[in-house]
Design a protein around this ligand. Structure first.
Ligand SMILES: [Zn+2]
Length: 300
């Protein structure tokens, strides 16, 4: 290809046929060359573009993966927290059941004590709220309910103990204890006069035993008489309050003085036969609102 030549020739030499000669203008290879270069540049640019976008996609992908990882981590933490809460709930549920059982036991004891001391209290609060027996969903709220239930129960029990104490104090004053051991030789009511003719009203009961047998206070109270009384001989009178008074007659010995406070069952005298008596015995009277009543309706 000469520089001055404006045309170039391309020879095609096949093996079988005759030689062919192709003559083209000299600018054709130049244009062809430029076209190739341009194409290469274009392809390279396109590749660059694709590569860059691929890289940014990969970057984005990585970022998303890391976000997903973070979310998974958070999720795991939440699961751990949730399982912690669940186990706390379970414990609380068990405790709640325990408390409920204890409350039921307390209720039962209260009923028994009521029977024992003979009081009937108004219907006291039942156990816990039914909701507590079921699935616990909000531990804090349930705890608050439990706290309130227990506070109410405490107040109720304090009031109950007060009631029971008052009732026990009252029962101590009621003259229901047999004042002496021995034989019941005479009851309350009309009887033949042991000292003469006719019928006489007997205002108490007679309990006979040997001289010196212990005479006990039938209920707690205050001694309002301790001395000799015509007919009754050596006598003790106790005021028990609540309208009750008891008389103990024919004693051989008095062991308490006027003004003394005595407990139920305390020995206050010794059996004798002083006053109008046919032999050693206790003459025992119970007065309710200053009227003699049949002691056998009170003694237990
Ligand atoms: Zn008598």
């Amino acid at each position: 290809m000469g520089k001055k030549n404006s045309r170039i020739s391309i020879m095609i030499i096949p093996h079988t046929e005759k030689v062919r000669r192709l003559t083209v203008p000299s600018w054709v290879p130049k244009v062809f060359f430029i076209a190739i270069i341009t194409t290469i540049i274009n392809v390279s640019l396109a590749f660059n573009k694709i590569y860059t976008s691929h890289m940014s996609l990969e970057e984005e992908y990585k970022e998303k993966i890391s976000i997903i990882n973070k979310l998974e981590e958070e999720n795991k933490n939440k699961e751990v927290e949730l399982s912690k809460l669940k186990s706390q709930n379970k414990k609380l549920y068990e405790k709640t059941n325990e408390v409920e059982e204890k409350l039921a036991e307390i209720e039962k004891l209260q009923r028994e004590v009521e029977k024992l001391v003979g009081i009937k209290s108004p219907s006291r609060g039942g156990g816990l709220d039914d909701n507590l027996s079921r699935e616990i969903t909000e531990p804090v709220a349930e705890l608050q309910v439990l706290k309130e239930v227990l506070e109410d129960k405490e107040k109720e029990l304090i009031a109950f103990i007060d009631d029971v104490e008052k009732q026990l104090q009252y029962l101590e004053t009621v003259p229901s204890l047999w004042p002496a051991k021995g034989k019941l030789t005479s009851k309350f009511g009309n009887r033949k006069n042991p000292f003469g003719r006719g019928i006489q009203f007997h205002y108490g009961i007679d309990i006979a035993n040997s001289t010196g047998t212990d005479i006990r206070a039938a209920g707690s109270g205050k001694i309002i008489f301790s001395g000799y009384k015509t007919g009754y001989g050596y006598t003790i009178i106790i005021d028990h309050g609540n309208g009750y008074k008891t008389y103990y007659g024919h004693n051989s010995k008095l062991l308490v003085n006027k003004g003394d406070k005595v407990e139920k069952g305390q020995v206050i005298a010794k059996m004798g036969s002083t006053g109008r008596s046919t032999g050693p015995h206790l003459h025992f009277e119970i007065h309710k609102s200053d009227k003699p009543i049949d002691p056998l309706t009170v003694l237990k």
